[in-house]
Design a protein around this ligand. Structure first.
Ligand code: XBP
Ligand code: MG
Length: 253
């Protein structure tokens, strides 16, 4: 049987509820600052999450929801400027403590580090957002806990394409059979599963009714000894929180 060598984490919605409490308000701040009347409510943002990537999401919004908007001659520049401003607002929000880690994330990362299980990140969001989140929620050196941080525009096609997981595995010199992925969304599961990477899902308010068939386990969160998880699909045996023993079990079966 192939040994479990690496845990590969999605960021947005998986490590923290960054979409609702980080990206969404950051977009809104950037829009207001630019004098635009665009305002993304919690529920509208749920619809916009159909498109991964912040720049791609703004274009989708204009096309689907604001056909009245008269684009400037250089729309690419407007999108790029808004995205850069949004990244700065996101970093400030994260630094203010507005986006805590989800239950069990810190515990599992620390256990993996202690046990020599390799760590990586495979995300659609931009690299500076990842490092800001890790530094402010874990420790200033936390980005170095991860052997590879695969982020944003580093690959041509974002999730649900498999490119970012492919990139991470290649950089680590691992096969898909040697890893276990952690995701929160159908797009993320699709990205990992296309490579045969076994996947654990922790749902959130935006993703709980999505299709997760093919996931090894679907949970409300990773759980803590004093805060047991709820199993939504799959078999966690007697476990009440996800630790390396359960990760190995899920990987091996
Ligand atoms: C995350 C995303 C990202 C963020 C915004 O998807 O879709 O686009 O919403 O990040 P996943 P940027 O969790 O599947 O990686 O604005 O930096 O693109
Ligand atoms: Mg996600």
């Amino acid at each position: 049987m192939t040994k479990l060598r690496a845990l590969i984490f999605d960021v947005d919605g998986t490590l923290a509820d960054t979409e609702r409490d980080g990206h969404r308000p950051a977009f809104n701040r950037a829009f207001a600052e630019a004098g635009l009347d665009w305002d993304w409510s919690v529920s509208l943002y749920g619809e916009l999450l159909a498109i991964t990537g912040g720049k791609e999401r703004m274009r989708f919004y204009l096309k689907q929801y604001r056909p009245d908007f008269e684009p400037p001659t250089d729309l690419d520049k407007l999108i790029a400027n808004l995205h850069a401003a949004k990244t700065e607002h996101y970093k400030q929000l994260v630094a203010s403590g507005a986006v805590p880690l989800r239950p069990g994330v810190k515990r599992l990362l620390e256990e993996a580090r202690t046990q020599g299980v390799r760590l990586a990140i495979a995300t659609t969001t931009s690299f500076p957002n990842v490092t800001a989140l890790l530094q402010h929620t874990l420790s200033p050196d936390a980005p170095e806990w991860f052997e590879v941080i695969g982020a944003g525009d580093i690959v041509p096609a974002k999730k649900p394409a498999p490119d970012i997981y492919q990139y991470v595995l290649r950089e680590m010199g691992l096969s898909a059979q040697e890893g276990l992925a952690f995701e929160d969304s159908h797009h993320g599961l699709t990205s990992a599963a296309q490579l045969g990477l076994k996947t654990v899902i922790t749902v959130n308010d935006y993703t709980h009714s999505q299709d997760f068939s093919g996931a090894r386990l679907v949970l409300n969160h990773l759980g803590e000894p004093e805060q047991p998880f709820t199993v939504l699909a799959g078999d966690a045996g007697d476990a009440s929180y996800l630790n390396l023993a359960l990760a190995n079990h899920l990987h091996g079966n």
